[in-house]
Design a protein around this ligand. Structure first.
Ligand code: NDP
Length: 246
């Protein structure tokens, strides 16, 4: 098993891609902490992890609130004694064309997707620096590389994650902490279920591998970046999009 004895915190881990990452990591031997705003679903995912024979904690924590994030980290540390892996996965969309985009929708997306990553990384890296080891994986998006009409807020947040990742990779490298990003393309989850059939078939036409992604495609890249196999990789972004953005 690739993560035997490790402790991983997955933000937004209750459902979708985050849940898949949590279950894959648990199957590879890691104990898991899940943080999400959806208390009941987070608790249900934690139960699934326990059924795999691993320890699990679930938290009703909003990643935009630093105090909540810090309290959560302290409880994880008290229970599990170390935090080896942080996957910053929590993210939202509030799509609209620029002229129709409200200030509130801009602020909300930047708060969850970018400030949330800052909050969790800051709190976890304090612990990882003391441990002199750690793996940080930030879930960006190909929209953060390509841009997309109607997603200026989301694209700015995800592009910000990619450059944030490079900066912290440089800061934390001397403490044996790797920081990388994963940029998924079109993955089948509740987030993309909101798209119309026309939008979905237009996207499919641009995917060379000719299928939509599934959460496990993203989770597998996260596993690689969280295990010793990727020890000499830091500050990078792995694109998981079926070739869509090349
Ligand atoms: P989902 O909406 O299915 O899951 C996201 C989870 O994050 C939900 O459980 C959600 O809770 C939780 N969440 C939302 N806000 C917060 C918050 N403030 N604090 C803690 N948790 C929060 O999304 P996906 O699984 O599709 O996406 C996961 C990540 O992957 C996101 O960062 C997304 O941007 C990225 N991504 C997804 C793609 C896709 O095609 N699906 C493509 C590219 C990137 P609740 O259910 O209550 O909202």
């Amino acid at each position: 098993m690739k993560l035997e004895g490790k402790v991983a915190l997955i933000t937004g881990g209750a459902r979708g891609i985050g849940r898949e990452i949590a279950l894959l990591f648990a199957g590879e031997g890691a104990d898991i902490a899940i943080c999400d705003v959806n208390k009941e679903v987070a608790a249900a995912t934690a139960k699934e992890i326990e059924a795999l024979g691993r320890r699990a904690l679930s938290f009703e924590t909003d990643v935009t609130v630093f105090k909540q994030v810090e309290e959560m980290m302290n409880i994880i540390l008290d229970n599990f004694k170390h935090i080896d892996i942080l996957v910053n996965n929590a993210g939202i969309t509030r799509d609209n064309l620029l002229l129709r985009m409200s200030e509130e929708d801009w602020d909300k997306v930047l708060a969850v997707n970018l400030k949330g990553v800052f909050n969790c990384t800051k709190a976890a890296s304090r612990i990882m620096i003391k441990q002199r080891s750690g793996k940080i994986v930030n879930i960006a998006s190909i929209i953060g590389i390509m841009g997309n009409a109607g997603q200026a807020n989301y694209a700015a947040s995800k592009g910000g994650i990619i450059s944030f990742t490079k900066s912290i990779a440089r800061e934390l490298a001397s403490r044996s902490i790797n920081a990388n990003a994963v940029a998924p393309g079109f993955i089948q989850t509740a987030m993309t279920d909101k798209l119309t059939p026309e939008q979905k078939s237009a996207m499919l036409a641009n995917i060379p591998l000719n299928r939509l992604g599934v959460p496990l495609d993203v989770a597998n890249a996260c596993l690689f970046l969280s295990c010793p196999d990727s020890g000499y990789i830091t500050g990078q972004t792995i694109v998981v999009d079926g070739g869509m953005s090349m």
